[in-house]
Design a protein around this ligand. Structure first.
Ligand code: FA5
Length: 342
């Protein structure tokens, strides 16, 4: 029995000398010192010995067990130290790439335009996307049943505004903020209003149900259409960083008098005609005009003293032209292959 114990001790010590991994060490500990381990099995046989033998061999067995436990502990500490040494931070290793998002192309251009207009003394304003029928249409000289409403069919909400006077609609344009701004700030006034607008549209390469506009409004004494054209040119040069071919034609909107439409030559097909410009070679970008006196009155501004111009830039379409994007539906598609190009 003494020999068996000594032999086993030596066997375990030999194995421990070769161990490099903690999990192998743990397996070895279970194999020899565990409840069903080989060393434990020998100890169980002690019960069959005489009292004298039990005394002597029991003492030896306890000493060997203590030695083994100490040896296991020692080997464990050495392996742990080595592991820590090996795992030391290597600052020369290449780092893991952290994926970063970036601004949507519409936000990029919107920010650029805001900076441009701020530099010309304009305020940047915001307005509700869920708008009352009053501000979206009536205050803009588009009474109920006016045929101009057909041009901007929207999504009607089955609720009325706070005072329960008007229906609520998803705003079809940023123009309602014209009257809101006049009522809040009075004249003189210079502001731009970038924002999301909604229309019940048949969708195609240049028509979305949800798109962005940028409204511009300038009211002061002696404002004329030449101020409007100067600002429009400044805006186009600021965005395209080059002279764009444009054309101006008369346009009708009940809230301006006179009204104009500024088109730019389609940058996708260079005027030849393509689905993005409905094969016309031109893209309607920029309706504008002199603010109608009825709208000034709705905004509590005296039309005899003040005049002003307003425009409603199709921001999403402008960005299509700037980047040569041939389908407006890509903007809301969430397709990363598209978005990662900006
Ligand atoms: C308006 O929304 C007027 N509020 C603009 C205005 C403001 C006129 C101030 C006069 C004074 P219009 O419906 O044409 O106008 O829309 C303005 C621009 O939005 C268009 O020229 C076009 O560039 C863009 N647009 C219109 N419908 C869509 C659509 N479904 N998808 C993408 N862009 C559109």
């Amino acid at each position: 029995m003494q020999n068996r114990l000594q032999k086993l001790k030596q066997e375990i010590f030999d194995k421990l000398a070769e161990i490099k991994h903690l999990d192998v060490l743990r397996d070895l500990e279970v194999k020899y010192l565990g409840r069903k381990g080989e060393f434990t099995k020998i100890l169980r046989c002690l019960k069959d010995l005489t009292i004298q033998e039990k005394k002597e061999i029991g003492k030896l067995a306890n000493e060997i067990k203590k030695d083994l436990q100490e040896k296991f502990e020692e080997v464990k500490n050495v392996i742990t130290k080595n592991v820590i040494k090996r795992e030391k931070l290597d600052v020369t290793l290449p780092g893991e790439k952290i994926e970063k998002g970036h601004l949507h192309p519409i936000t990029i251009i919107q920010n650029e335009l805001e900076d441009l207009f701020i530099s010309m003394g304009f305020m940047v304003l915001d307005g509700p996307e869920l708008e009352s029928d009053y501000y979206n249409f009536e205050a803009l000289n588009i009474p109920k049943h006016h045929p101009a409403r057909d041009m901007q069919d929207t999504f009607y909400i089955d609720k009325k505004n706070k005072k329960q006077e008007y229906d609520l609609v998803m705003r079809t344009h940023t123009s309602p903020v014209q009257v809101r701004a006049m009522q809040k700030y009075g004249a003189p006034l210079r502001c731009v209003v970038p924002g999301k607008v909604f229309r019940n549209e048949a969708l195609d390469a240049c028509h979305e149900h949800t798109f962005y506009q940028l409204e511009g409004l300038m009211i002061d004494e002696n404002i004329s259409i030449s101020n409007l054209i100067a600002v429009m040119k400044k805006l186009l040069n600021g965005i395209f960083k080059k002279e764009m071919e444009t054309r101006v034609r008369p346009g009708y909107f009940p809230f301006v008098e006179p009204g104009i439409e500024l088109d730019i030559k389609c940058a996708i097909c260079n005027g030849k005609g393509c689905p993005s410009c409905k094969n016309s070679g031109w893209l309607e970008l920029f309706p504008a005009g002199m603010v109608h006196p009825n709208v000034l009155i709705a905004g509590n501004i005296d039309p005899k003293k003040y005049s002003g111009f307003a425009f409603g830039l199709g921001l999403t379409r402008l960005i299509m032209m700037k980047y040569g994007i041939n389908d407006i539906r890509l903007f809301n598609s969430g397709d990363l292959r598209f978005l990662e190009q900006f």
